[in-house]
Design a protein around this ligand. Sequence first.
Ligand SMILES: Cc1cc2nc3c(=O)[nH]c(=O)nc-3n(C[C@H](O)[C@H](O)[C@H](O)COP(=O)(O)O)c2cc1C
Length: 184
Amino acid sequence: MQALDLLTSRRSEKKLFEPAPSKDQLEKMFQAALHTPDHGKLQPYHFVVIEQDRLAYLADLLKEAVNELNLGEERLKKAESFATRAPMIIGVVAKINKDIKKVPAWEQMLTAGCATYALQLAANAQGFANVWVTGPWIDGSALRQAFGCEQHDKIVALVMIGTEEEKISRDPKVINTENIVRYL
Ligand SMILES: Cc1cc2nc3c(=O)[nH]c(=O)nc-3n(C[C@H](O)[C@H](O)[C@H](O)COP(=O)(O)O)c2cc1C
């Protein structure tokens, strides 16, 4: 697929089935992430791959977050079903180093966001559907610990990845740019 077609036809997909990416396909996704713009070449992100057999553990961590942060009954139900909605989830942690004056925290956070998007696109390019989700549970202590977060780190994404039930070929979609572009 041409790069521009991929960029303008991609959509998120929440109904995700097996197969998930293989190790080789995952490696290509991480390579794409590692090629995102990165001031100071800090690689300010970590990826936590949660394969099928560890999704129940992720659900437990999310439930713990719901209880710790008092997120309510509805979230608790969501936490229970979350792990059944995709065959693979990749957590993205923005690794924020506040001691680097030349590259402030917001720049490091943006690089982690770019890396997440590159990961999504590289999954799409290999035929996998996905969606970037977060939710208030990303600040749960047990989840943060399991993802290896240090004090200033932030979990910025839980990318759910799998295969669409039926492959839909999507045409590039043209969206009005009038209100978001100006020339100086
Ligand atoms: C930082 C970030 C957090 C997001 N969190 C959620 C989320 O928790 N739940 C959700 O349904 N969509 C979330 N989204 C939006 C979806 O990933 C998706 O972009 C949106 O549903 C629009 O669909 P599209 O990508 O097909 O245009 C988030 C997006 C970003 C960039």
